[in-house]
Design a binder for this molecule. Structure first.
Ligand code: F6R
Length: 622
């Protein structure tokens, strides 16, 4: 949420900052702004709406040449998304500029203090107070201090409560940009004589793949001569923790697709294969050496909680079926935002699996911290190396989905399911609830999934047509599923809601008759995720009965069914075929047409598929 860029180097700061903002725009697009330092003064441009509006403004009002600067793309929290509330915010004498992601919880008291001194506020934001406070603090730091701006920012950070990433520059220090973080993401990039700050590495991936992880409550100074220095809020200098980004610039571009989402959907066969790579032996066993939990730790587990939000929570719901079936350990899936408020029962033998694409979702992070405080072991399943959730977990299994830029999650979802299954199979092996040869059978099935997903992608043209012809002008669409098909139905509905702004609901197919069936009238589209006829005997027949029930009430049925399942044909207005695969692995193929469908409906309605309204990727507020 909110994208932040900082730069000091030898290029035009405007070019570097705008390029970084373009790549971070998925994090928020209510407004955008840029500040550069040149000729002993700050120069700021900002505009409400998408980055394109700021680009147009820069065309009309160009910035001077400068080699340091910063920028921001906003997802509004305090104050409406207008020009006045756009970042950067500038201090009362115009020397300090600040961009911010997060919420400063004590801003009202700080603001009242500033107003009492006669300082007039130029915005409704919580951020602006920081600019004024840094301005004042700067004046109190001796001019010969090693880094005056860094010390001023540190003094201010110690007064702030809440979650924040800040990037700050000062007109009198053209060679320095300061970043600070508490419970909100920030990374630094190391180039050749140039240095970067970003909400994530895509801010600077076009220039360098060398990055530095920043911990909680740290301040990072990038300076033309001194390079990168990191100190804690307590002033103690920290060791730099370097890493190399393992994806490149091209991964962050659309590569010929109309939308990032389409590209990311198309990458799914490779993502499934990559998430399995190196984690399976020739003989079909699971190797998770990178997960820093011993076999004994896994044997000691008596209960599992999965905590996650949104799409990641649906991956968790799917995983629950596999975990309980393969390991016989009770597993509960909880929305991270609710978890800690109901006082869950946790102890040392509880394994908490925190699933997060971004690794920065505040609800999940807070749930994780709650579980940690109760002495549970935490295993993160995460897509973002070095992000906060894996850093605060006891162990991590990284999904290898690569950067996900479209706001709606697709490839990360499939990767999360695969990662959860690896954990479940590993648990089953070390606990002896599955024999080696049984694990090997599932491993073989998993190995065949990239090809199965690929086959689904090859047959999506009729799904696109269906989306345009039958769904784009509907006001509501219902989704039904049973067993693992139920979370897939929920995910299909979420995709349609968030992309096409349509009323879409997912239901457990058996639950429909207990109320929701009243929603069905003549022509209501109902999308049904049908299980394999070869799976659990009663499941397929039950879903067919559910299809008949809705059809009898006028629904138009679109059924996702396995190749060769002819039993569904008489009851389906449209059938979307997916390759046959074992029940527990079916979500890896049945979710794909639902992603394509939502994407196509949104495109047909002329909506921005990659950046749906009101949303942002990486939700760093609670
Ligand atoms: C929906 C979507 C969100 C995220 C949720 C959790 O398409 O992307 O529902 O799944 O915000 O995000 P992560 O996985 O980053 O914790």
């Amino acid at each position: 949420m909110c994208g932040i860029v900082g730069y000091v180097g030898n290029r035009q700061a405007q070019d570097v900052v705008m390029e970084g903002l373009r790549r971070l725009e998925y994090r928020g697009y209510d407004s955008a702004g840029i500040a550069v330092v040149s000729g002993g003064a700050l120069h700021v441009r900002k505009k409400s709406g998408k980055l394109a509006n700021l680009t147009a403004l820069l065309g009309d009002e160009p910035l001077p040449e400068a080699t340091s600067g910063m920028g921001h793309t906003r997802w509004a929290t305090h104050g409406p998304p207008n020009d006045r509330n756009a970042h950067p915010h500038v201090s009362y004498v115009g020397k300090v500029a600040v961009v911010h992601n997060g919420i400063i919880e004590n801003f009202a008291a700080l603001r009242a203090g500033l107003e009492e001194r006669g300082i007039e506020m130029g915005s409704d934001t919580d951020t602006e107070v920081v600019a004024h406070l840094v301005q004042d603090a700067f004046e109190t730091v001796p001019a010969d201090s090693a880094s005056r701006l860094r010390e001023a920012v540190r003094a201010v950070c110690n007064q702030l409560e809440g979650a924040f990433t800040l990037v700050i520059c000062h007109a009198d220090e053209p060679d320095t940009v300061i970043g600070a973080r508490r419970n909100s993401p920030l990374v630094a990039g190391l180039g050749d004589g140039e240095y970067f700050l970003g909400s994530d590495v895509s801010a600077f991936i076009a220039h360098t793949r060398e990055a530095i992880e920043l911990g909680q409550d740290q301040i990072c100074e990038i300076n033309r001569d001194r390079g990168v220095t990191v100190v804690g809020f307590d002033g103690v200098e920290a060791q730099l923790s370097h890493y190399t980004i393992d994806w490149d610039d091209a991964a962050a571009e659309k590569g010929g697709y109309d939308w990032f989402m389409l590209k990311e959907i198309a990458e799914q066969p490779a993502v499934v294969a990559d998430t399995l790579r190196g984690r399976l032996t020739e003989s079909g066993q699971i190797v998770l050496d990178e997960v820093r939990l011993s076999d004994q730790d896994f044997r000691d587990v008596t209960k599992i909680f999965i905590i996650a939000c949104g799409t990641s929570s649906y991956a968790g719901m799917i995983a629950k079926y596999a975990i309980e079936h393969w390991t016989r350990i009770p597993c509960e899936v909880e929305l991270a935002s609710e978890f800690r408020y109901r006082d869950p029962v946790l102890d040392r033998s509880t394994l908490v699996i925190a699933i997060s694409q971004s690794g920065e979702t505040m609800d999940t992070l807070m749930a994780l911290r709650h579980a940690k405080a109760q002495h549970a072991r935490i295993l993160a399943i995460c897509n973002t190396i070095g992000s906060t959730i894996p850093r605060e977990s006891d162990a991590v299994l990284y999904t290898r989905a690569g950067v996900e830029i479209a706001v709606a999650s697709t490839k990360a979802f499939l990767a999360q399911i695969v990662a959860c299954y690896l954990i479940a199979l590993h648990l089953a092996s070390v606990r002896g609830t599955k024999w080696g040869d049984e694990v090997a059978v599932v491993v073989d099935q998993l190995r065949s999934m990239p090809e199965a997903v690929d086959r689904v992608l090859d047959t999506m043209e009729p799904v696109r047509e269906l989306a345009r012809a039958e769904l784009a002008d509907q006001s509501q669409v219902l989704f039904l599923g049973r067993h693992v098909g139920f979370p897939v139905a929920l995910e299909g509905a979420l995709k349609l809601k968030e992309l096409a702004y349509m009323h879409a609901e997912g239901f457990a197919a058996g639950e429909l008759k207990h109320g929701p069936i009243a929603l069905i009238s003549d022509g209501t589209p109902v999308i049904v995720v049908c299980p394999s006829p070869r799976g659990r005997d009663s499941l397929h027949g039950k879903v067919i009965s559910n299809i008949q029930e809705v059809r009898a009430r006028g629904a138009k049925t679109i059924v996702i069914a396995e190749e060769g399942d002819e039993e569904v044909t008489p009851f389906a207005d449209h059938v979307i075929r997916v390759p046959s695969c074992p029940t527990l692995l079916a979500p890896l193929v049945t979710a794909v047409p639902l992603q394509v469908l939502a994407c196509e409906v949104a495109a047909a309605k002329g909506l921005d598929v990659d950046q749906p309204r009101n949303l942002a990727k990486s939700v760093t507020v609670e």
